[in-house]
Design a protein around this ligand. Structure first.
Ligand SMILES: [Cu+2]
Length: 412
């Protein structure tokens, strides 16, 4: 097999598999939203009464083979639909989280990979690995999906322990602790010599961890000492270093698209005793950079938890190597992009829709945000080492989404 598998299909070919035209979303002032929207959680039960049972979820939006509905050991429930899209590969839709004893709250309308950009350190080659990812899904063996079920050969749905959910000293009493679990949905794709594991973990505390693991084999491209590392038993050649710049597209819909607003949080003060919270609301499309204590959230002020706090999901992108490419790769110049929903904006680069811009940096063109879509860019600089030969150990990269005020307290 050669790296020539990494083909970028022509716009004309891919246009045939595009979804229906975008439906225009009406501009809305989020602060003008009526406060009487359905709350994510019922009001706190008075002392001594039973907690209200979870409300029955609405009719499943997809048929059985594509439906995932898992209640984890602590009582948290995740419901979603999966599909294998020709362009993006594994795509998860209609993601709904139900904390134990609470009502369901929808989180994401859709999420998928949006690109894996792989520039090599000598300057060439510079791959865009996603263009027809769905066609390179690998059939999974039972051993590839431990403890889980395989859907249509290529998708694994399983549950995995995630360590301590909490451990609290009881002081005079015995301590209390609980073990947490994740619902894990993943597929594997062969792109050139690389095998990409594309995974989403849905935790029993409401967190979502999207990540990509690169394994398989190194490409075998060799270079000079300045751009690589000598690897392999007896090998003299320098295997070339490169970056994997992974982009995800996340279409958040917190109880529907209306009222969703993106905020950026910073904490001022270095070499000072005080720290001060600073909130920036993105009313228009924006590019954002990672900072050590910076994070973002998608909040819907019309959806409140039992304490009256607006329900939100927080996004942390703190593990990126922050690759910044040359002028022709402007899409590498930010870590998070916020755009208004547009159905033809599907990939972060080499976007296959002729009537849409070609890359995520150009989707940001001053539009007012009424239905936010987040694009998250996480880079990993892969300097090969002896241990990479062969099979190459999986190197993981990803980010984290955590609930912020979805429930009024720890729903464990
Ligand atoms: Cu690599």
């Amino acid at each position: 097999m050669t790296v020539s598998l990494r083909l970028i299909l022509s716009c004309a070919m891919l246009a045939g598999v595009l979804g229906p035209a975008q439906t225009a979303s009406a501009a809305q002032d989020p602060l003008a939203m009526p406060a009487a929207r359905i709350p994510a959680v019922p009001a706190q039960a008075p002392q001594g009464t039973a907690v209200a049972p979870a409300v029955r979820a609405p009719a499943a939006p997809c048929s059985a083979p594509y439906r995932i509905d898992r209640t984890l050991p602590n009582g948290a429930r995740w419901q979603l639909c999966w599909e294998m899209r020709t362009i993006e590969g594994l795509t998860l839709n209609k993601v709904v989280y139900t904390p134990k004893g609470n009502r369901p709250v929808s989180v994401l309308r859709s999420t998928a990979l949006a690109q894996i950009h792989v520039p090599y350190d000598s300057g060439t080659p510079r791959y865009h690995d996603i263009g027809a990812l769905g066609q390179s899904a690998i059939p999974l063996l039972a051993a590839d999906c431990p403890g889980g079920e395989r859907r249509e050969q290529s998708v694994c749905v399983t549950t995995r322990p995630r360590g301590h959910a909490y451990l609290k000293s009881g002081y005079e009493e015995p301590s209390v602790s609980a073990q947490g679990h994740d619902l894990v949905v993943f597929a594997a794709f062969q792109v050139g010599w690389y095998t990409y594991l594309v995974e989403w973990a849905f935790s029993d505390d409401g967190a979502i961890t999207p990540r990509v693991g690169a394994t398989g084999s190194l490409a075998g491209s060799t270079t000079t000492a300045g751009h690589g590392w000598p690897i392999g038993v007896g090998g003299r050649a320098f295997e070339e270093s490169h970056s994997h710049n992974v982009f995800w597209r996340l279409d958040f819909d917190i109880q529907g698209k209306a009222g969703d607003v993106v905020e950026q949080y910073d904490f001022s003060g270095t070499r000072t005793a005080k720290r001060k919270l600073k909130r920036t609301t993105f009313t228009k499309e924006a590019k954002a950079l990672n900072r050590r204590t910076r994070w973002w959230r998608v909040v819907d002020r019309g959806v409140r938890n039992a304490d009256g706090h607006p329900v939100s999901w927080e996004l942390n992108n703190s593990d990126s190597s922050q690759y910044r490419g040359p002028a022709g790769e402007a899409f590498t110049r930010a870590d998070v992009y916020v755009t208004d929903y547009r159905s033809c904006e599907r990939l972060a680069t080499v976007n296959p829709a002729p009537r849409c811009a070609g890359s995520v940096d150009r989707y940001v063109n001053g539009e007012r945000i009424t239905d936010p879509v987040l694009w998250v860019n996480v880079g990993y600089h892969h300097v090969p080492r002896d241990e990479d030969a062969d099979p190459m150990p999986t190197h993981w990269q990803g980010f984290r989404i955590t609930p912020r005020d979805v429930t009024a307290k720890n729903p464990h």
